[in-house]
Design a protein around this ligand. Structure first.
Ligand code: GMT
Length: 386
């Protein structure tokens, strides 16, 4: 198939999913065209079967707010016509589904049919719940999509709750490339000493440091853990809460044990160095960062919110092997206790690490999820042709 993909090309999870999806589809022989305002950060620009089309946005002085959505619609229509795309797949409803709708209408005038699929990622729906001014246009974009997917059952239900019946929503969960995201012991032995000494535990956090990620909780939890046992913390990513987290680490006397490494490429290599991930988010429709860590045999301590319980099974109550630990939002003391409980017992940690990897492999591997997308694409193309 010839597939156009649009996403936010920056560090958000939806852009990561869209880019990884494009890479996986290209590896399976499809022709993939990214249509975005800058090259998605996980693309090198040298991948076979992938082309990147920049969306130029005019900054004419009259435009206090340059109309990106219109420039995007224009570029989508152009690329679809020139490269004879079979469909567009947009990630994150606002404004991408509206641009795709315009592109579809522009091409219909020229007798070309261009179906489009919208994948909902979370804040495109939950923000709408907070800001009602976006609600009608977002609902319209979803209703007009030829196909709609959500990255968790929870997000599907939330969408139906906010918007009512907008048509069927297919749940296609996030995925990870289990060959790339794995623990290479040789690499770990070589690289781990950069961040932790022998005998020290290494905790990790990966996010865009937005308030919803509760990075201050990460520091609070870590401070308690490092008072109980020798430990260090690797903070990957950047964003609005970074300096507050840096100050807090200093105030709590753990700054020399916390490494803020900023935005990183090849996070698979860094994640694999750790023993435990901390993801105390206020909301996650899925929690891709935890899945990436789990694939590297790093279990996560997280919160019982959104789609996280579809990924992390605390399992302790049922007596089953848990693949992570779940708590209420803000339960810093309990999360620290859980981390200490886990990190001070190697056998327990090993069992949970193995369970985390097994979950990633059995349920969320790219090799399982990508064919689901392919079937869905085929279905949408033939439905709209009929
Ligand atoms: O909040 C973020 O991390 C960014 C946001 C996005 O759309 O880029 O992430 C959402 O999509 C990710 C990929 O599908 C999910 O793993 C995240 O859980 C989700 N974030 C929230 O729901 C807050």
């Amino acid at each position: 198939m010839k597939i156009g993909i649009t996403c936010y090309p920056t560090y958000g999870g939806s852009g990561v999913v869209a880019t990884e999806l494009g890479i996986e589809l290209a590896n399976r022989g499809h022709e993939v065209h990214f249509i975005t305002y800058s090259q998605p950060f996980r693309l090198t620009g040298r991948e076979a079967n992938i082309r990147y089309h920049e969306v130029p946005v005019s900054n004419y002085p009259l435009f206090e707010y340059p109309p990106y959505d219109l420039a995007l619609a224009t570029r989508m229509a152009e690329v679809a016509e020139i490269y004879e795309l079979d469909l567009l797949h947009v990630h994150y409803a606002i404004p991408h589904s509206i641009s795709a709708l315009l592109a579809r209408q522009m091409l219909a005038k020229r007798c070309k049919h261009l179906p489009f699929i919208t994948t909902l990622h979370g804040t495109d729906i939950t923000l709408v719940g907070l800001d009602r001014s976006y609600l009608p246009i977002t609902r319209f974009g979803i209703e007009e999509s030829d196909g709609v997917t959500a990255i968790s059952e929870h997000l599907k239900q939330q969408t139906e709750q906010f918007f009512g019946n907008t048509g069927p929503i297919e749940v296609i969960r996030n995925f990870v490339n289990c060959d790339l995201y794995c623990r290479n012991e040789e690499l770990v032995a070589k690289q781990r000493p950069r961040f932790a000494q022998p005998g020290e535990r290494l905790l990790v956090h990966l996010s865009n440091f937005r308030p919803v990620k509760r990075v201050l909780d990460v520091i609070e939890i870590f401070a308690r853990v490092s008072h109980a046992l020798p430990a260090r913390l690797l903070m990957i990513g950047d964003g609005p809460e970074r300096s507050a987290a840096e100050f807090l680490a200093r105030r709590l006397g753990v700054a020399d044990r916390v490494d803020f490494v900023g935005k990183q490429e090849n996070v698979n290599e860094l994640l694999a160095l750790a023993d435990l991930m901390l993801m105390p988010s206020e909301m996650e429709s899925f929690g891709l960062a935890a899945l990436e860590a789990m694939a590297c045999r790093v279990p996560a301590i997280s919160t019982r919110v959104g789609g996280i319980p579809e990924l992390i099974d605390d399992g302790r109550e049922s007596g089953n092997t848990a693949n992570g630990l779940l708590y209420e939002v803000g339960a810093i003391e309990a999360m620290a206790e859980g981390a200490i409980w886990l990190l001070s017992d190697q056998a327990r940690l090993d069992a949970m690490s193995a369970a985390a990897r097994k979950t990633a492999q059995d349920k969320f591997c790219a090799s399982r999820i990508i064919p689901h997308y392919e079937r869905y694409y085929e279905q949408m193309i033939s439905k709209t042709k009929a």
